[in-house]
Ligand binder design. Structure first.
Ligand code: ZN
Length: 413
């Protein structure tokens, strides 16, 4: 039996509350214990409370004195593209010169350039780069990420990416939730319908037979997969037992939110263009919106999703990084909190709920992670600040002090 007592947190941000995603004013309720403490046994949280109460039951536990810092659950990042080769520095520089997406794609950039590099990379090289990315997430205070395929676009290359994710799980303490996103783009040598057929008849059965993914995702957008094609892929994935999520209404309002509601999906991601009707459809079907302000920011756009309207409509909002080389090259959830507060007018407390407990439920792990409550895994982070609001307030600087996964310290800065 290994045990650990965390003592003297200025704020132990527990997020204790109902055993479901938080909505409305619940998003503002962080369950903070001032001068808080926590007892961890065998990787799980045994008790939380005032530090002096916890101290009485310490026994032979190791002591971690938080010395007046904030202690909270590790961030749960519900939308990342963690595995890819290379980067998109050329695109980045072109965009900074004011070039459009079409001009950049013509010059050999865009998603296709990442597909080519990822196809050319060996499983070993992809794993090495993915490990680097995983360590960035841990360093920013994240203990669980969803991670997608989608830069392979052939049967073998999509499987390669998902196998890299499976291997990565063995090699890093970051918890990884794999998602199949074969329908990320249409490869150049196939028509949309030919590729759709490949995704449905070959990729999905292989992915599920090898148990390589928990979710199926689709990029539902003009020029990628339209509503009908997206519906076909998601219906097939559902039959095979996968949970559903989708990139919808990012660049155009094509009715993607409504499709996710119709499909009874777990998540509808992006939603920059979603209108009131889309929000109402999500509410009716209880689909969680996953908002990705990092990609709006990095693309130099100002069209953020309507977070306030979504919260007021009673949706259990989630925030994620959308970490990817093209449109959101950041693994930093504190940066996302800053954007959520300054650009989408969420409060710091709402942003923290959206990036911890609500995200945990969104990844079907609400019973294990996302809050500091007895029985849950001791995945927590100590931040070098005294007040949780500082996480969203200071921006562009590292603030992680140390990070624990199942009670073991894995990062110390
Ligand atoms: Zn994405």
């Amino acid at each position: 039996m290994s045990s650990l007592a965390v003592l003297h947190a200025s704020q132990l941000v527990t997020l204790a509350g109902p055993k479901r995603p938080r909505v409305g004013t619940e998003l503002s309720s962080l369950g903070i214990i001032f001068n808080g403490g926590m007892l961890v046994r065998d990787g799980k949280i045994e008790s939380v409370g005032p530090s002096d109460e916890i101290e009485k039951n310490v026994g032979d536990a190791d002591i971690m004195d938080a010395r007046g810092s904030v202690v909270m659950p590790g961030f749960v990042d519900a939308h990342t593209h963690l595995v890819f080769a290379g980067n998109r520095l050329e695109d980045f520089e072109r965009r900074s010169r004011g070039e459009t997406y079409e001009q950049i794609a013509k010059a050999g950039g865009g998603i296709w350039s990442t597909v080519e590099k990822t196809r050319a990379a060996s499983e070993r090289d992809l794993l090495a780069q993915a490990k680097k990315h995983a360590n960035w997430f841990l360093g920013c205070g994240t203990t669980t990420v969803e991670a997608k395929s989608g830069y392979g676009l052939t049967v073998e290359d999509e499987l390669k990416i998902l196998r890299v994710l499976r291997q990565l799980r063995e090699e890093v303490p970051l918890e990884i939730v794999p998602t199949f996103l074969g329908a990320h783009a249409v490869p150049r040598n196939l028509s949309p319908d030919e590729y759709l057929d490949l995704v449905i008849t070959e990729m999905l059965p292989r992915v599920t037979a090898e148990e390589l993914a928990e979710f199926c995702d689709v990029f539902c957008e003009r020029g990628y997969f339209d509503i009908d094609q997206s519906r076909k892929i998601l219906s097939e994935a559902k039959k095979l037992g996968l949970s559903l999520r989708g990139h919808v209404d990012q660049l155009t309002n094509s009715g993607g939110a409504k499709l996710m509601a119709e499909m009874d999906a777990t998540a509808a991601d992006h939603l920059e263009q979603t209108d009131q009707q889309g929000i109402a459809a999500l509410k009716k079907a209880n689909v969680q919106p996953v908002l990705l302000p990092g990609s709006v920011y990095a693309l130099g756009s100002s069209r953020y999703p309507r977070a306030r309207e979504m919260i007021e409509a009673g949706l259990a909002v989630v925030l994620a990084t959308d970490f990817n080389p093209g449109s959101s090259p950041t693994p930093s959830m504190p940066m996302i909190l800053s954007l959520a507060c300054t650009q989408m007018k969420m409060s710091p407390a709402e942003a923290i709920t959206a990036s911890t407990v609500n995200a945990a439920y969104n990844l079907n792990r609400g019973d294990k992670i996302g809050s500091l409550e007895p029985g849950k895994l001791a995945n927590f982070v100590i931040f070098d600040c005294q007040d949780y609001r500082e996480l969203a307030y200071w921006f562009g600087m590292p603030i992680t002090h140390s990070l624990y996964v199942t009670g073991q310290r894995v990062v110390e800065l």
